[in-house]
Structure formats: structure tokens, C-alpha cells
Design a protein around this ligand. Sequence first.
Ligand SMILES: [Zn+2]
Length: 168
Amino acid sequence: MPHGRHVHGPGEVIAVDRNYVPMQEISRRKAICSVVAGRAWILDAATFDRHADLATAFRLIVFPHAQACAESKLLTGRLERRVLKRDHFLCMYEGCGSRATTVDHVVPLCQGGQTSWQNLVACCLPCNQRKGGRTPDEAGMKLKRVPKGPRAHLFERFEQIIRDATAA
Ligand SMILES: [Zn+2]
């Protein structure tokens, strides 16, 4: 599993939904756990086939059951990368100083929340998971500041991975 060659951070692997739309970055450890648990599979970036070997370096992982709340397609991805940059990759929930690797819908999609600058914030994975499909109030969480305005990232990385893989 870990090779110790480089630091394993939270953004090592890009998680995509069943349409191969990038959703968020996750750690390699988290990715492996998801595969072992049967919630996801590794995607070969060059062929887009299922990739079975956990031991090799992989950068994409498919969560086939993701996006159950629907809606957040390409538009979300494009906005996501900008939201993370806007928030300087810091979790926007009060009391949390973690690096943000995901984007949270403040009002969840399944509760009618919009995919917009005003409803998206950078969020660390634990906070995102803790919050789940709830509003901050329902989850007892507070935002550090009101979300607004722009920036970019996840799709660029995704596209770079595909380019690297197909060039190799
Ligand atoms: Zn957090």
C-alpha cells in the first residue's frame, strides 16, 4: 500500500461519479478503503476501464452510487474547483482548521439547495461527512463566513490526469 515515496495527502486521488464527472479529491487511504468496502472502484485513466490493482499508483476512483441527490453534473465540477480556491482550500466550518478537499452544498441538493457560489463552501472531508445531507443548523455547524464570489481547480487536475495517462 503506502510506498513512503511521497507524502500522502488528502488530495491524492480524484473521486468521480458514475458519469466520470469529478466530485472531489480524497486521500489514497480513503480511496483504498472505499474500494475494499465495495463502494467504489479504481478507474484506469488511460482506458477508463475498471482497474483492479490496489498496489499500483492510481489517481482516479469511481463512486458508482454517488450523486444520489442528482443534479450536480458538470456545472458543479466547474464551480467546485473555483470554490476551493476562493476559500483558500480551508474548511469553512467554524472550529475546523483542516485543509478543505471537498465542496459542501450548504443547503444540500436533496433539500433544494442550489449549485451556486452562495451555496457552496470549501469543506474538509470529515466535516462534509459529519454534515451529510443536512443544513448547518440541522448539523449544529456554523460557517466561518458567508460564501460568495469565484475561482478554479478540480477539473484542471482531472484533465491533467487524463492527459498524462493517455500520453504515457
Ligand atoms: Zn472541517
